[in-house]
Design a binder for this molecule. Structure first.
Ligand code: HEC
Ligand code: HEC
Length: 203
């Protein structure tokens, strides 16, 4: 059932057994649609959709404080995903050897295509499919480690937004002069192009 369901269910299934309600009534089938960056559209990485859903289910809620705490955990997982060489999980007897790549993005399309470039495998190959299964495991693992820290009262943001993206936000995001964007992600992959104005190149 692929990436999104894979991450969600690997976290929620043990909770269903160990804690029971409300995890017993969670319709995990809903998470299947996150597959391939939502219905194979290759938008937000499906593994991250599963992670956000599981994190929010475990730590979030309607209350503003709970929501904010939950969003910090989600943002940490997302930036870890962008900034790390993944997959950093290797199964015991793998079918293929899968190389790591850094996506610098939370998007399925970017993550897959950068890996295709690095590995020379096709985006619809069995190797790519296996690579996303490893990614699913890697995301589930980091998510659970982070949630465990949170449960122990020891959660700290381990992967802050890059200094470069923070600089962009200082002129373009909430409370800035232009305030014409909103994003907690690396900007460079999409915006470091030759058409960028000269004042931006110093970043
Ligand atoms: C010192 C303030 C400042 C910082 C820092 C800054 N920008 Fe800008 N940016 C501007 C201004 C001013 C404009 C022009 C706005 C206009 O003409 O309406 C602009 C325009 C843009 C545009 C639209 C036109 C173009 O130049 O392509 C993009 C995209 C953009 N910035 C992205 C970024 C990114 C990505 C970063 C970080 C790498 C960044 N900006 C950092 C001030 C800044
Ligand atoms: C997934 C790709 C992507 C990422 C990541 C991204 N952007 Fe953009 N951004 C776009 C696209 C596409 C547009 C629309 C450009 C257009 O209309 O010409 C845009 C528009 C903008 C504009 C308005 C441009 C204008 O012409 O006025 C600014 C400013 C901007 N982005 C800044 C940022 C900043 C700052 C970040 C990081 C926090 C960021 N973007 C991350 C793709 C991206």
């Amino acid at each position: 059932m692929a990436c999104s369901y894979g991450v969600f269910e690997s976290i929620v299934e043990p909770l269903r057994k160990e804690i029971g309600f409300p995890y017993t009534i969670m319709p995990s089938t809903l998470l299947v649609v996150g597959q391939g960056g939502v219905a194979d559209v290759a938008s937000l990485c499906g593994a991250l959709i599963g992670a956000a859903s599981a994190i929010f289910l475990v730590s979030g809620g309607m209350d503003r404080k709970l929501r904010e705490a939950s969003y910090s955990i989600i943002q940490d997982v997302y930036l870890w995903y962008e900034q790390s060489a993944l997959p950093d999980f290797r199964p015991k007897n793998p079918k293929y050897e899968i190389i790591k790549s850094v996506s610098a993005s939370n998007l399925c399309h970017v993550s897959v295509s950068k890996w295709c470039k690095a590995s020379k495998f096709k985006s619809f190959s069995k190797e790519r499919s296996d690579r996303c299964a490893w990614i699913t495991a890697a995301v589930a693992k980091y998510t659970v480690e982070t949630l465990n820290k949170y449960a122990d009262g020891a959660f700290k943001i381990a992967y802050p937004l890059s200094a470069a993206a923070q600089a962009c936000r200082s002129c373009h995001d909430k409370g800035s002069k232009l305030e014409n964007t909103r994003a907690v992600t690396d900007c460079g992959g999409c915006h470091f192009t030759p058409s960028m104005k000269k004042e931006h190149l110093k970043f």
